[in-house]
Design a protein around this ligand. Structure first.
Ligand SMILES: Nc1nc2c(ncn2[C@@H]2O[C@H](COP(=O)(O)OP(=O)(O)OP(=O)(O)O)[C@@H](O)[C@H]2O)c(=O)[nH]1
Ligand SMILES: [Mg+2]
Length: 212
């Protein structure tokens, strides 16, 4: 209770007196949908360095990783962000899934254990975020237990949300479907891999920052 009060008063204080600088932006979503890829595009663009490793194998990110003081300019305005890339959230982690990618059994079991711990870490960090970007694979059905749970959590905590419909380069990509599942949120379609629509993404990011 005290924690919620503290958080609430910090928000009020920020909106009254503090500049919206150094906003903590969390990248959340299911594994493999492109959180790290997008965070890398941003960090590379504005700091010259990437934030972490990208892989075809799900649960590549198993620890929260962050980049401080990422200064982003858009249409003459500058905002500073702390970019927080989190481990993908899943309802079930089966080590056998990793074997298909050629990971050895022992390593796969270790990866599954770390991935479970990573999910717990992701959820813990949620409370600390000023705003959250949910990164989804727009070629997959957006109506999933994981997505609904993440959004529900954010609504309950009154954390502003932007939904990124990633992988628009894929044939099956359907941004309209993402919009129809989450009609009350801003949705921006991009391809982190092919760097498509990144300007529109920055526009949405600045809009999101205004809501903090
Ligand atoms: N076609 C396509 N592939 C993408 C795109 N963005 C990311 N990928 C690929 O999707 C895979 C997963 O990307 P990551 O950035 O590691 O995904 P993540 O959400 O960080 O995954 P976890 O760390 O496992 O939670 C990699 O093979 C990327 O190259 C995209 O816009 N289009
Ligand atoms: Mg990742």
């Amino acid at each position: 209770m005290l924690k919620i009060l503290k958080k609430f008063s910090r928000r009020i204080l920020r909106s009254l007196f503090m500049s919206k600088d150094n906003l903590k932006i969390g990248f959340y979503g299911p594994p493999n949908d492109g959180k790290t890829s997008l965070a890398n595009v941003i960090c590379k663009d504005w700091t010259g360095e990437e934030i972490g490793k990208v892989s075809d194998i799900p649960h590549e990110t198993r620890k929260v990783q962050q980049k401080e003081k990422v200064e982003i300019k858009y249409k003459g305005k500058t905002l500073t962000f702390k970019i927080v890339d989190t481990p993908g959230i899943a309802t079930k982690i089966d080590y056998e899934e990793f074997l298909k990618f050629g990971v050895k059994k022992r390593e796969a079991k270790k990866r599954a254990k770390e991935a479970t711990q990573g999910i717990i870490e992701s959820i813990k960090w949620l409370d600390d975020m000023d705003a959250v970007i949910i990164v989804l694979n727009s070629a997959k059905n957006p109506y999933s237990q994981v997505n609904i749970t993440i959004v529900g959590n954010l609504v309950a905590r009154k954390i502003p949300v932007l939904i990124v419909a990633n992988k628009i380069d894929k044939k099956k990509s359907d941004i309209k479907k993402v919009e129809s599942v989450f009609p009350e949120y801003d949705v921006v379609g991009i391809s982190a891999k092919k760097k498509k629509n990144i300007e529109e993404f920055y526009e949405s990011l600045f809009k999101l920052a205004k809501k903090v």
